[in-house]
Ligand binder design. Structure first.
Ligand code: SF4
Length: 534
């Protein structure tokens, strides 16, 4: 069970992480607030570890942050440092065992760990550790095992005279350099919090400072700093490890310089990150507005129409499509309007896998504003199409509400390649654009015109060096080598091949492996069972 509703094919992120240390801070309550601000990055489980300088206590459970924690559960979590985690699973299934932080102790060294991202060499690492399938069930669990093994080695060395802190730093240095893929980590021992970002910086992680030298904060996104009242200091750099104690912050560089290659996931700017966050010093909201402006320039509404007297309106699919729709409207001169009301209170629901039920699912989330739609040519702006389930239903609903034309504009290029770094669209057979031309997709979705933003324009919208992004799901050019068969259950099942970085022939192998559309989509459109969605 992935936790994905059958009708909801929006992209999913892999987790949010948070850490805080400060002499007089209510760290458990601040961690709760930080995780609450990062809830959009994962809704399957939440947890935190708190230390009073002597002992780490970990509390975690399945569910939303507000479900797992309340005043009663937070009250006993007293200390001056904490880390927290909210999870969406990409490696390892959605179970309590895989909730984070994970905890290990060896002698007098305790460590808790939270991870955002996805390793791509889990199976090899597990084999190197001599582990049988099932001994660890997530890449984070594997990391914790590796750290424990290194600590045990140091513990058994009678000549080792390292302090407890230095033992953990040494163990981490040995483990981190063997990891490949995406990992933004927060760790803690009894007295320090530690932040680590992989050499590509695929997932974000930033540092904040509490007012009046009151302490330090680590968070996946700057929004979480705002919410707890911390001032943004800087991002943890790709390949950097920051160690923060009550006496200050220390920066270490455990990775070889040749591995450092900044490649932030560009989808953070399209969909994942909150609009009130900043990445690479740029406003995510502003980038999304720019994406709409650039789309209007690239793909304006066609002049040819069978309805020359009809009014035209630009609308966004809430939430991430709305800023881009505003930008599209501003640049095109077409009025912006609300066309869909989103139910803010919809949680996870179980929807039976039939076409009728999926239509109902989309309608539960979005209801068209008929008065604004009837008789109009509608330009609808959305962030991406993965399987197309939602957009197909939306186009149908808009026509039923009286739209005379529906024109879809997307703020990401076609997603043609799987993501192995933490975004949950790992199977090529689920990617509409991997198998159909843009015109075939237009026809399948039932829209009059369809345009995806060019990659160049998307990168331009970030106002950042275009070479500092991962764009692999659009280009097949993976910044870190990836295995073909990497899936959520890799540690339970096993078996993989390797794609060479940027290799077209190897990338073709992915397509050969997959069952292709449109036959699969046609099967999904019948009322029969639908494998792999829930
Ligand atoms: Fe982001 Fe796509 Fe790269 Fe995955 S493959 S990290 S979704 S840009």
């Amino acid at each position: 069970m992935t936790g994905r509703d059958a009708w909801d094919d929006s992209p999913r992120e892999a987790c949010g992480v948070f850490g805080v240390i400060g002499r007089d801070l209510p760290v458990a309550q601040l961690t709760f607030l930080g995780l609450y601000a990062l809830q959009h990055r994962g809704q399957e489980s939440a947890g935190m570890g708190v230390s009073d300088g002597e002992q780490i206590t970990v509390v975690k459970n399945m569910g939303l942050v507000s479900t797992v924690f309340d005043d009663r559960t937070l009250a006993p979590l007293v200390g001056h440092l904490a880390i927290g985690h909210t999870r969406y699973s990409t490696t390892g299934s959605s179970t309590w065992r895989n909730a984070q932080p994970v905890y290990r102790s060896v002698g007098d060294c305790q460590v808790a760990l939270g991870h955002n991202g996805n390793l791509v060499n889990t199976e090899k690492l597990a084999a190197d550790m001599g582990m049988l399938p099932g001994m660890v069930t997530s890449d984070t669990d594997l990391m914790a095992e590796m750290i424990e093994a290194e600590l045990l080695l140091l513990d058994s060395d009678v000549d080792c005279d390292l302090s407890t802190d230095d033992r953990l730093d040494s163990a981490l240095a040995h483990v981190l350099t063997r990891l490949e893929g995406a990992f933004s980590l927060v760790l803690m021992d009894a007295t320090r919090i530690i932040g680590v970002r992989d050499p590509n910086g695929l997932r974000p992680l930033c540092i904040g400072e509490m007012p009046d030298d009151g302490g330090w904060v680590l968070a996946s996104e700057t929004t979480a700093l705002d919410i707890v009242g911390a001032q943004f200091v800087r991002e943890v750099e790709p390949g950097e490890m920051v160690v923060i104690s009550l006496s200050g912050i220390r920066s270490l560089r455990p990775f070889a310089p040749e591995r450092i290659n900044p490649s932030l996931c560009v989808f953070e700017f399209v969909y994942f990150a909150r609009p009130d966050s900043q990445l690479y010093g740029q406003s995510v909201h502003h980038a999304r507005v720019r994406q709409g402006e650039l789309l209007a320039e690239q793909a304006p509404l066609p002049a040819d129409t069978a309805f020359p007297d009809a009014e035209t309106m630009v609308m966004g699919v809430p939430e991430s499509g709305v800023p881009a729709a505003e930008g599209f409207a501003r640049a095109s001169g077409i009025p912006f309007g609300q066309g869909l009301v989103k139910n803010r209170y919809i949680g996870r629901t179980f929807i039976a896998p039939s076409q009728a039920a999926r239509a109902l699912g989309v309608r539960m989330k979005f209801n068209p504003l008929k008065d604004n739609i009837a008789g109009r040519r509608i330009v609808i702006v959305d962030d991406s199409v993965v399987r197309g389930t939602t957009q197909k239903q939306l186009a149908k609903m808009l026509r039923e509400a009286g739209a005379v034309e529906v024109h879809l504009r997307l703020t990401s290029p076609p997603v043609r390649w799987p993501c192995f770094y933490g975004m949950d669209f790992g199977d090529t057979d689920q990617l509409l654009a991997a198998n159909l031309s843009v015109d075939q997709i237009r026809e399948y979705l039932g829209v009059d015109t369809l345009a995806y933003i060019d990659l160049d324009r998307l990168l331009r919208s970030t106002e950042t060096d275009p070479s500092s992004f991962c764009t692999a799901c659009f280009t097949g050019d993976y910044p870190v080598e990836v295995p073909v068969d990497l899936g959520k259950g890799v540690l339970e099942a096993g078996g993989n091949l390797t794609i060479e970085r940027g290799s077209a022939s190897a990338a073709d192998a992915v397509l050969d492996e997959a069952s292709l559309l449109p036959a699969d989509e046609a099967r999904r459109d019948d009322d029969g069972p639908r494998a792999g969605d829930t």
